[in-house]
Design a protein. Structure first.
Length: 172
């Protein structure tokens, strides 16, 4: 089932999310719903706070080549445990900040640990778009958005556009 995506500014997007203690069927259902919501949007990553749930859960799939099989990843309690000195700049966007893009510089390669939907611990090295996406999604679990990397002028401009978008949507 698709879930509505919160649009910035929203206090729930600024919260530090709680670690998941054990993975219930409800949380597995939430992960499935988040993947469906992400693919439908379409997007390459989604964090639980973006659907109003303040748990440390993200989903992502950065496969973009035509004909490549999808690779949906569900990560509970994801953590960056090592980052490269080498940096990479991507034009980032966010499903909670529709149609706004800006360049963000982050470590190019990261090692990430997480628990999967069956409770199994994983560790993997991510590079390129995957590395950017997983860092962007983990930031969401700490109440941080990609616009927080921008200067105050640019951030305010985007926030005002989002406030207007929300007003327009509320009016219908
Ligand atoms: Zn985002």
């Amino acid at each position: 089932m698709k879930r509505p995506i919160l649009i910035h500014p929203d206090p729930r997007l600024k919260k530090v999310c709680a670690p998941v203690a054990d993975i219930s069927d409800d949380l597995r259902q939430l992960a499935d719903d988040m993947l469906e919501t992400m693919y439908d949007a379409p997007g390459i990553g989604l964090a639980a706070p973006q659907v109003g749930v303040l748990d440390r859960l993200i989903v992502l799939d950065c496969v973009r080549e035509e004909g490549e099989p999808p690779r949906p990843l569900v990560m509970f309690n994801p953590e960056v445990i090592a980052s490269s000195d080498e940096m990479n700049t991507y034009d980032e966007g966010c499903l909670s900040i529709p149609d706004q893009y800006a360049e963000v510089t982050r470590p190019k390669v990261v090692d990430v640990t997480w628990i999967d939907r069956d409770g199994k611990l994983h560790r993997e090295t991510f590079d390129g778009l995957w590395a950017t996406c997983v860092q962007h999604e983990i930031d969401h679990l700490n109440g941080k958005l990609f616009i927080d990397y921008l200067g105050p002028m640019k951030r305010q401009m985007i926030t005002r556009k989002m406030q207007k978008l929300k007003r327009d949507r509320a009016r219908g």
